[in-house]
Design a protein around this ligand. Structure first.
Ligand SMILES: Nc1ncnc2c1ncn2[C@@H]1O[C@H](COP(=O)(O)OP(=O)(O)OP(=O)(O)O)[C@@H](O)[C@H]1O
Ligand SMILES: [Mg+2]
Length: 271
């Protein structure tokens, strides 16, 4: 696994460790008659790995959609760095430095690994480097910087060897890592990972856990939706448990492991 550090995400951030970087207030998300989230109040301290767990359909992905702008909450507030962001379109939220990966891999399969990461730089570039044709020297310089930055992210996640392969030719585990590299390339302060270990074997999951901890080491707050309890228990600092769209519990991994209602939610009430 790569030990590379990142040079581009080291900007000082307005919120220091321990302060809430994200605050959810009384969040409600309804789809017609279906209530996917209700009455969610939660604060995520800066610089931690915040796990979000809960049985299928608990509302985890919906929560990420509400934070990243893919969904406009029915009611309630999402406050990032002290400012309300609920209802902003995804590109504006990306510019405020929130980035995410998806539960199902969403890469440009025919583009190279490097190009996929270059696309992640888009919110941080001035001229929109994929506008082809006539190119001014400043644009060429910017393109070179984008390639350099993208290469650095590939190095960070340990995918430099595959830079020029089509993304679709990578095994699933590496595609999931590539998605993380692309998300990192937007220089997030908050990174949302939706089931990054889904479909990974044990060794890949361990490497993923190391990578997520190195991302935290760069000062990036990580929210992690996962069903792999070993991974959650190993690497997260705090755990939020959702159940049927509602807050069920939160605490340290060991508190959550021994929490009677959480155990019951997962076992479906059987004793
Ligand atoms: N676009 C939608 N339209 C209608 N219902 C939806 C929509 N998106 C989500 N839901 C419903 O909202 C609830 C929460 O779904 P969500 O995908 O957030 O769950 P999840 O916790 O991510 O589950 P999983 O662990 O299976 O990924 C579910 O009952 C789901 O069917
Ligand atoms: Mg989900």
């Amino acid at each position: 696994m790569s030990e590379a550090r990142l040079s581009t995400v080291a900007e000082p951030s307005p919120s220091s460790a321990g302060e809430a970087v994200l605050e959810i207030r009384d969040l409600l998300m309804q789809f017609g008659g279906v209530t996917a989230l209700r009455g969610i109040n939660y604060r995520v301290p800066a610089g931690i790995i915040q796990a979000v767990i809960g049985p299928n359909g608990a509302g985890k992905t919906t929560l990420f959609h509400c934070i990243s702008g893919m969904l406009k909450p029915t009611a309630g507030a999402v406050i990032f760095d002290g400012e309300s962001i609920e209802g902003l379109p995804p590109h504006q939220i990306a510019r405020r430095r929130i980035s995410r990966t998806f539960q199902h891999v969403a890469l440009f399969q025919h583009m190279s690994v490097l190009e996929n990461v270059m696309l992640g730089r888009h919110p941080r570039t001035r001229s929109g480097f994929f506008s082809t044709g006539f190119r001014l020297p400043t644009m060429r310089r910017e393109e070179r910087r984008i390639v350099e930055a993208a290469s650095e992210y590939l190095d960070f996640v340990g995918l430099s060897d595959s830079a020029h392969q089509p993304a679709g030719s990578l095994p699933l585990g590496r595609q999931k890592i590539l998605e993380i590299a692309r998300a990192l390339a937007t220089e997030p302060r908050l990174l949302l990972l939706d089931e990054p270990a889904g479909g990974l074997n044990m060794r890949e999951t361990e490497e993923l856990g190391e990578l997520i901890q190195r991302i935290r080491g760069e000062g990036i707050t990580v929210m992690l939706v996962e069903h792999d309890m070993n991974l959650i228990m190993d690497i997260s600092d705090r755990v939020l448990v959702l159940h049927f769209g509602e807050y069920l519990a939160s605490g340290s991994p060991s508190e959550i492991k021994d929490h009677a209602e959480v155990v019951e939610a997962y076992l479906g009430g059987s004793e």
